[in-house]
Structures are given as structure tokens and as C-alpha cells.
Design a protein around this ligand. Structure first.
Ligand code: GH3
Ligand code: MG
Ligand code: MG
Ligand code: MG
Length: 299
């Protein structure tokens, strides 16, 4: 959630209830509505809201079940849910909160109280998003950090086991970066890292491909559902993109500009420890790329 208006999904099977809440909140938020539990789950998948106002009693998948399903998925667990319902018993309220809802509002409600509670939860959601960004983004380059890479690799490893699709990994390392730093200075080195990061991210075109700063002047990428031939192509595009930056490097022994070496590996994943083994294999390929002269891709 950025500075743009927060997005709220309102779920209720009765149009009159939806209309009241939409009227109450549409001046301050981007509103989406769903008239059933099924429609709510589809709406969340299509466009992740910042907050959900969820009716409990609905035919089909009811609010309790919607909450349970969203809470059980890592991708949707963080979306705050406020139950808004005519079920006013303390037992229902306790059940809703125990399911993980952040709040429980009973009908008939006071409009000012609903607005205030929604505003509070949206504020908390913004803090949560900021914390998540701090936790998963590299502060220098702005791209994913190692924590995010490790998490994504584990996640994609699990889905590769289910799908049987190949998983490819890349490891990139800037050539002769120590002499670059030593000669041009650390701030210029930092600027170089930013430009290289941007070039690497620009070389992948699918949103499921993740490029991360793995550490120092090393980067890594997860390419789900990608064959070895596809991964070699992406790696070559990255190598060329970094060369095309034309960052002057008079102390490199391989070119007069900044270059990178890349290790590539592809595996069909059948066990949970395989992605980490694949990463070690890719690291070994990177070392071969260095030994064979740098500025190259080795699979
Ligand atoms: P090779 O071609 O074998 O990769 O040689 P290299 O000089 O790149 O390898 P080495 O691992 O010895 O050097 C990595 C250098 O990266 C060391 C350090 O000065 C630099 N470095 C690591 N992190 C940062 C950073 O955040 N900012 C800057 N400016 N430099 C960094
Ligand atoms: Mg209802
Ligand atoms: Mg290195
Ligand atoms: Mg290096």
C-alpha cells in the first residue's frame, strides 16, 4: 500500500448493506464489493485489498469460511479482516476474533465508529506494509534482498514439486569489483551496484521471476517454470544488459567496462532440499565462469 488510496473489499450478500457501507467509505477509499464468499475469494485473488469488511451470514461460502481460507494461505494471511455482522453474541465475536479477524462490528452500527475503526486498521496496515518492505527489500538497490530470495526459493520449490515444472536459478557476480571500489571509491561502487541491479531486473520480463541482491556484489534470480535453455537465454540477456550500461572500469582485466559472470542451473524438483542443492550447483557454475575468464554465462 503506497500513498495511493487504500483499497477496501466489502463483502455482503445483501445489496442494501453493501450500499450503506459503500456510501460511508467511498469518499476516503477505493472500494470493491462482493456479494458472496465465492466472489470475495475471486476478488482477493484478482486484486489484493488492504482491508476486508466481511459479512458472516451468507449462503454458500460464509464469512467464517472466507476468513479461514484467507488466513490459511501465506499470500493472503496478512490482509486484515473486519467482521461486520448481525450476529451479536459474544460467542460469535470471540469465534471471529479467534479466526484471526482484527475487529468485529455488530449491526446496527454507528457510522462514525465504523469509519474510525476502518481508519485505524488501515493505518496499522500501512505500518505492516512498511515493515514488510524493510524486511524484504535491499536498501541500497531497492530490489529484493536475500531474505526475500530465500523465502521465494522455498515457496517456488514447493510449487515446483506439485507442478513437476523445472525450476531455474541464476547467480550473478560483478567482475573485478574490488579494484573498481578501490579505484573509484565506495560511493561510486554503490552507484554501480544500483545500476547493475536495475539492469538485471530489466532483463527478466515475467512477474514471477525474482531478482535479488544476494549479498555484496552478488545477485541471484529464481526463474520458476523455466527450462535450462530459457534460463541460459535470460542469463545472456543479463550479461549483455550490464555490458550495455557501459560503466567505465579501467581496472578490470576482462573489459574496459563493468561486466558480470553468471552461473546457471535447472532442476526438476522432487524433494524439499533440492532447491538449496541447486543453488550450490549454480554457485559452482559461477566459479567456473570466473575461472574460465569472467564476463560469461556457465550452465
Ligand atoms: P571477481 O571478479 O573474482 O568477482 O573479483 P571481485 O574483485 O569482484 O571479488 P571480491 O569478492 O574480492 O570483491 C567484492 C568486492 O565488492 C569487495 C567489496 O569492496 C565490494 N562490495 C561488497 N559490497 C559492497 C557494497 O555494498 N558497496 C560497495 N561499494 N562495494 C561493495
Ligand atoms: Mg448476510
Ligand atoms: Mg563476490
Ligand atoms: Mg566479484
Amino acid at each position: 500500500m503506497d500513498e495511493a488510496r487504500a483499497r477496501i473489499l466489502i463483502v455482503d450478500d445483501q445489496k442494501v448493506n453493501l450500499d450503506i457501507l459503500v456510501n460511508l467509505l467511498e469518499d476516503s477509499y477505493e472500494i470493491a464489493v462482493a456479494k458472496s464468499g465465492e466472489a470475495a475469494l475471486r476478488a482477493v485473488e484478482a486484486d489484493m485489498p488492504d482491508l476486508i469488511l466481511l459479512d458472516v451470514v451468507m449462503p454458500g461460502i460464509d464469512g467464517t469460511e472466507v476468513c479461514r481460507r484467507l488466513q490459511s494461505e501465506p499470500g493472503t494471511r496478512h490482509i486484515p479482516i473486519i467482521f461486520i455482522t448481525a450476529k451479536s453474541s459474544v460467542e460469535s465475536e470471540a469465534e471471529g476474533l479467534e479466526l484471526g479477524a482484527v475487529d468485529y462490528i455488530t449491526k446496527p452500527f454507528n457510522p462514525a465508529v465504523v469509519r474510525a475503526r476502518v481508519a485505524n486498521h488501515i493505518r496499522l496496515k500501512r505500518y505492516q506494509d512498511q515493515l514488510e518492505a524493510l524486511n524484504t527489500r535491499d536498501p541500497l538497490t531497492g530490489i529484493a534482498n536475500r531474505r526475500r530470495f530465500d523465502r521465494y526459493l522455498e515457496h517456488e520449490g514447493r510449487s515446483a514439486i506439485r507442478s513437476g515444472a523445472p525450476l531455474s536459478l541464476l547467480m550473478m557476480d560483478i567482475d573485478y569489483f574490488k579494484p573498481y571500489n578501490d579505484n573509484y571509491g565506495h560511493p561510486v561502487g554503490d552507484e554501480c551496484l544500483k545500476q547493475v541491479a536495475r539492469a538485471l531486473v530489466g532483463a527478466v520480463d515475467r512477474s514471477i521471476d525474482l531478482v535479488a541482491r544476494y549479498g555484496g556484489e552478488e545477485f541471484a534470480a529464481v526463474l520458476p517454470g523455466t527450462s535450462e535453455a530459457g534460463a541460459l537465454k535470460v542469463a545472456e540477456a543479463m550479461r549483455k544488459a550490464v555490458r550495455a550500461l557501459g560503466i567505465k572500469h579501467q581496472h578490470s582485466q576482462v573489459a574496459d567496462c563493468v561486466t558480470i559472470s553468471i552461473g546457471v542451473g535447472t532442476g526438476v524438483i522432487t524433494r524439499h532440499d533440492q532447491p538449496m542443492q541447486l543453488l550450490e550447483q549454480v554457485d559452482a557454475a559461477l566459479y567456473r565462469a570466473k575461472a574460465q575468464g569472467r564476463d560469461r554465462v556457465v550452465g
